[in-house]
Design a protein around this ligand. Structure first.
Ligand code: ZN
Length: 144
């Protein structure tokens, strides 16, 4: 166990704890979900909604596609100096029917993944800064 403090790499994008969720918004007019949070106007071209509910998104989904990256990732995936190749999965949430990109969990290899695989959201350390572990969501294959 670590005695370091832990804090999200970015505030307000996900909950932590035993059953972490991404935090998105849902348009009150048309019901479309957004992540990251959209709260000014609805991006649905057929909708003029400007009011949104903040919602916890499904924490499971299916792998839509995945790829291995060999370059430094964009925000919020700020990595440290010891950059290593990592695998990113695009996961479709079952209820929201939206695709969320995320790294796969530590210890999961590219070869362990397959399209259509069930995965769940986990929170893992992304990098350390000022003796604090900065966390981010990742996708982890469900057993079975
Ligand atoms: Zn809308």
């Amino acid at each position: 166990m670590s005695d370091k403090a832990a804090a999200p790499a970015i505030e307000g994008w996900f909950t932590t704890g035993d059953d972490p969720h991404l935090i998105g918004t849902q348009c009150k007019t048309c019901g479309t979900y957004f992540f990251p949070k959209q709260d000014l106007y609805c991006k649905n071209p057929a909708c003029r909604g400007t009011e949104f509910d903040e919602v916890e998104l499904s924490r499971t989904g299916k792998i839509w596609s995945y790829t291995e990256h060999y370059y430094q990732p964009p925000e919020p995936y700020i990595s440290g100096d010891d950059f290593e190749p990592y695998t990113v999965a695009a996961v479709e949430l079952e209820k929201e029917k939206m695709v969320i990109l995320g790294q796969v969990a530590n210890g999961v290899a590219h070869a362990d993944l397959t399209t259509g695989q069930d995965v769940e959201l986990v929170i893992e350390t992304l990098y350390e800064e000022d003796n604090t572990e900065r966390t981010v969501w990742k996708w982890k294959p469900l057993a079975g």
